[in-house]
Write a protein that binds this ligand. Structure first.
Ligand SMILES: NC(=O)c1ccc[n+]([C@@H]2O[C@H](COP(=O)([O-])OP(=O)(O)OC[C@H]3O[C@@H](n4cnc5c(N)ncnc54)[C@H](OP(=O)(O)O)[C@@H]3O)[C@@H](O)[C@H]2O)c1
Length: 253
């Protein structure tokens, strides 16, 4: 792939492993070869003081062109983009738009990855349900306790999966995606959803952007919520840098 088409105007340095050559993002973020089970990659951004969103309540203040270039590559590589319903509502999720970088990354697959939303309320923006391409319909994971009329309504326009009684079970999400041939799973959070997957020990990889800002105490951390406390050791795979923003890639030990 043409390196400039992958990164836009952003220039990256490889700090670890150190190299004088500009890193290729598609190579730096390649999934492990042939996957025989779902691989869950989380892509999150944090301020230097550990905040998961800016004063607006959104991540926009933490994002820079280089971060968006990485996000595009990660989305292009993914079979599905998975998010909690609050993130979808607050960040204004819509079906993923095609990007130039997707052309080579998605050869043989739908032009864009489908979005999958996890929700109890089924409060999902209509465009996410109605405007998705036919070959990448939005997947909605919900519970048996979700309002039945809404479940029927959503199932007419999206791929509705009931995956739990009161709460969607993280394991069932990955099984249902695998049953659809979706092994390269990219979750973009939010912190609450991420805590449920980390708590279940299901996160294989964390791509963490450290934005050069202090945000203050109002924002949550990137893993937050009511899921049981847990610890997981991670192995640092690479550190890239672009205009003061760090890009750290970790895998589960
Ligand atoms: N720093 C980052 O990288 C990053 C990434 C993403 C988002 N964010 C920020 O994080 C905030 C949103 O994140 P959040 O942690 O508050 O929420 P979230 O994880 O995005 O979404 C929580 C919602 O997801 C649904 N949900 C989660 N677990 C569920 C389960 N087991 N079963 C059924 N439904 C479930 C529920 O939706 P319903 O309410 O519809 O039932 C719940 O209210 C925003 O401010 C956003 O800007 C930051």
């Amino acid at each position: 792939m043409n390196q400039s088409s992958a990164t836009g105007a952003a220039r990256f340095r490889a700090l670890l492993p150190a190299s004088d050559e500009e890193p290729g993002l598609a190579t730096a973020y390649a999934y492990p070869g042939e996957l025989t089970r779902p691989w869950l990659r989380a892509n999150m951004v944090t301020s230097v003081d550990g905040g998961a969103w800016g004063p607006s309540g959104r991540t926009a203040e933490l994002s820079a062109p280089a971060d968006r270039a990485v996000m595009s590559v990660l989305r292009g590589q993914a079979d599905v983009v998975l998010a909690g319903a609050a993130t979808a509502r607050i960040e204004g999720y819509r079906p993923v738009r095609p990007r130039e970088v997707f052309t080579t990354l998605r050869a043989g697959r739908s032009a864009t990855p489908p979005v999958a939303i996890i929700t109890r309320t089924l409060d999902v923006h209509p465009d996410l349900l109605h405007q998705a391409p036919q070959d990448a319909p939005t997947i909605v994971f919900t519970t048996e306790s979700a309002p039945e009329a809404k479940r029927r309504e959503v199932s007419r326009v999206a791929d509705l999966v009931v995956a739990g009684t009161e709460s969607v079970r993280p394991e069932e999400v990955l099984s249902a995606l695998a049953a659809r041939g979706m092994f390269r799973v990219l979750t973009e959070g939010g912190p609450q959803l991420l805590s449920e997957f980390t708590s279940a020990g299901l996160v294989d990889e964390l791509c963490l952007t450290v934005a050069p800002h202090l945000i203050g105490p109002a924002a949550s951390r990137i893993v937050a919520g009511d899921a049981p406390s847990h610890t997981q050791d991670l192995r640092l795979r690479h550190v890239l840098e672009s205009e003061g923003t760090l890009f750290l890639r970790y895998t589960a030990q």
